[in-house]
Write a protein that binds this ligand. Structure first.
Ligand code: SF4
Length: 92
């Protein structure tokens, strides 16, 4: 939830809330949460065409959300492909 509360987040924190631990038992809700469905990373054309797609962990969904992008977009701090292709020509 913390990542969705950054000013630039495009996600509502409600998308990632299953309950309130101060008011109710949340173990069942957590067990039933569709983690893979809601936080699936790599749903973008760059990852789809990447040779490392099947082996790549694709970074952190929370970092992507906190950076103002949608889940599924590339974690720009972790992806070596994007870092290489966007690196300035002088190598700095
Ligand atoms: S290396 Fe980058 S582009 Fe390739 S699958 Fe991983 S996150 Fe996607």
């Amino acid at each position: 939830m913390f990542a969705a509360r950054t000013p630039q987040s495009r996600h509502s924190d409600r998308e990632f809330t299953v309950g309130n631990i101060l008011r109710e038992e949340v173990a069942g809700a957590l067990d039933g949460y569709d983690l893979a469905g809601k936080l699936a990373m790599g749903a973008n054309p760059t990852c789809g065409g990447c040779l490392m797609n099947s082996a790549c962990g694709k970074g952190c969904p929370a970092a992507v959300i906190a950076d103002g992008r949608h889940v599924g977009e590339i974690d720009l701090e972790q992806c070596p492909v994007v870092q290489i292709t966007t690196r300035p020509a002088d190598g700095s």
